[in-house]
Design a protein around this ligand. Structure first.
Ligand SMILES: *Cc1c(COP(=O)(O)O)cnc(C)c1O
Length: 356
């Protein structure tokens, strides 16, 4: 068995195991949380937690809390409408050129704010051979789809030959140019980025058929030596690595922390992609930051932080309506050709468009 599989076996999965590290208040209620939502913390991430600090950002992201039992009426089981746009099982087709494919619902670590939290876990079966055949047939019938996003769950928790099955199926469809893998493994289980995995990525990508990885770092302290090494292996193999994650109350809702995160990512060749407004998943209200505050934070970072490290702040609309950017309104149209535009330093600047 490989090192990463041993680490997966050694994840903290129960309240009793957690109690070795911290005292848990309202234990019965936390057990109630875990009746419906999974718990798993990888040894790597466990090591990064400062258990002396009850507000440690890494702790908040992975240690269950009885606050998860508080639902607000706006929260939904399927917050971004994955189901509404699912023509066949295990596939969501919302935008013309790309589809989501759910390769597994298992994760190495279950985030306490996960938007698919009611689906993830070992209890939900992944796609069967028939489901996978049907996905390939769908792609063959939809040549407008030139990108497949393997998601879940975490696709990189699959074994090498299971992943290879996905890659060879997807590469058998000539209209699929880009394969994208959405994964938190480089964050929580960096030992999974083995040489054999890298070799497989090399076999299934070339100069015009790239593999993209979109990973999920939320706090600068998640970027430890092992993570840097895992990312370096991926980027050195020609894989483009980008980062997306939500704005989280008490974790990263602070321009200083986000600046550190984005710059550390840029320094390890991970391009910040999206900062998400937290989806309206059930029991996640204690993590939610008001949109107005999110916009204000991004406004503070604009001009302050190098453009190559600045992600877009986006919201995924309920009901499968899609993602849109959230942004401070810099531009005011005065007349047909006159604008007042705010500078990144807060000055109002007149901008006149030439008449023709
Ligand atoms: C978020 C999402 C995507 C990916 O969108 P990008 O803007 O390309 O990152 C694709 N399909 C669905 C259904 C999504 O929710």
């Amino acid at each position: 068995m490989q090192q990463w599989q041993i680490e997966l076996q050694n994840c903290v999965r129960t309240v009793d195991e957690l109690e070795q590290y911290l005292s848990i208040e309202n234990k019965d209620r936390v057990r109630e949380v875990l009746a419906n939502m999974r718990l798993s913390i990888t040894p790597h991430t466990l090591n990064l937690i400062d258990f002396k600090n009850p507000n440690d950002p890494i702790l908040l992201m992975c240690v269950p809390s009885d606050k998860e039992l508080r639902f607000s009426p706006e929260e939904r089981v399927d917050p971004i409408g994955d189901e509404a746009k699912s023509p066949i099982p295990f596939l969501t087709h919302r935008y013309p050129d790309r589809v989501l494919v759910y390769a597994t619902f298992f994760c190495s670590l279950f985030c306490r704010f996960c938007f698919r939290r009611t689906k993830t876990g070992e209890a939900t079966p992944g796609p069967s051979v028939e489901d996978r055949d049907r996905i390939v047939q769908y792609l063959e019938k939809h040549p407008e789809v030139d990108e497949v996003i393997l998601t879940g769950g975490d696709p990189l928790t699959l074994l090498d030959d299971q992943l290879e099955d996905w890659f060879s199926r997807l590469r058998s469809v000539p209209t699929v140019s880009r394969i994208r893998v959405h994964t938190r493994v480089p964050v929580n289980l960096p030992s999974r980025i083995t040489n054999s995995l890298i070799e497989m990525f090399r076999r299934y990508s070339d100069a015009t058929h790239p593999i993209y990885i979109v990973t999920h770092f939320n706090h600068p302290r998640e970027i430890a030596a092992e993570n840097i090494e895992a990312i370096a292996k991926l980027v050195d193999a020609g894989i483009v690595v980008r980062n997306q994650g939500p704005l989280l109350r008490g974790v990263n809702d602070d321009p200083v922390i986000l600046e550190m995160l984005f710059k550390k990512l840029a320094n390890i060749r991970v391009v910040p992609y999206y900062l998400h407004q937290l989806d309206l998943a059930k029991g996640t209200n204690h993590f939610r930051v008001p949109i107005e505050r999110g916009i204000e934070i991004m406004r503070e970072l604009q001009g302050q932080v190098t453009g190559i490290a600045l992600p877009r702040y986006v919201v995924d609309l309920p009901g499968g309506k899609g993602k849109v950017p959230l942004m401070h309104r810099y531009t005011q149209k005065q007349t047909d050709s006159n604008y007042t535009i705010e500078s990144p330093f807060g000055e109002c600047v007149e901008y006149h468009e030439p008449n023709d």
